[in-house]
Design a protein around this ligand. Structure first.
Ligand code: ZN
Length: 86
């Protein structure tokens, strides 16, 4: 399954709006769950692969990404839209 298909699946099962997203740097996002748990997601940039501080991401290798990374991509997409569309 490619990343976009994966992202669509996650968007259905876990709405990006359930998390609070804060942009904390270039291609870097902080994700806060309703229960207060927070993770930092680094989106891929240049040679750096995407990464996340959650335990889930830690156990996945080989191009598999956790739902936070997928949601962060969506959050960034929305952020870019709202900051470029005038
Ligand atoms: Zn994660």
């Amino acid at each position: 399954m490619n990343l976009d298909a994966q992202a669509k699946r996650w968007r259905r099962s876990l709405d990006v709006r359930r998390y609070r997203w804060r942009r904390v740097g270039d291609r870097r996002w902080r994700c806060e769950k309703p229960d207060g748990t927070a993770y930092t997601v680094n989106l891929a940039a240049g040679d750096r692969p995407a990464s996340c501080t959650c335990p889930d991401a830690y156990y996945r290798g080989d191009g598999q990404v956790c739902k936070h990374i997928l949601c962060a991509r969506e959050a960034e997409r929305r952020w870019l839209l709202s900051h470029t569309a005038k």
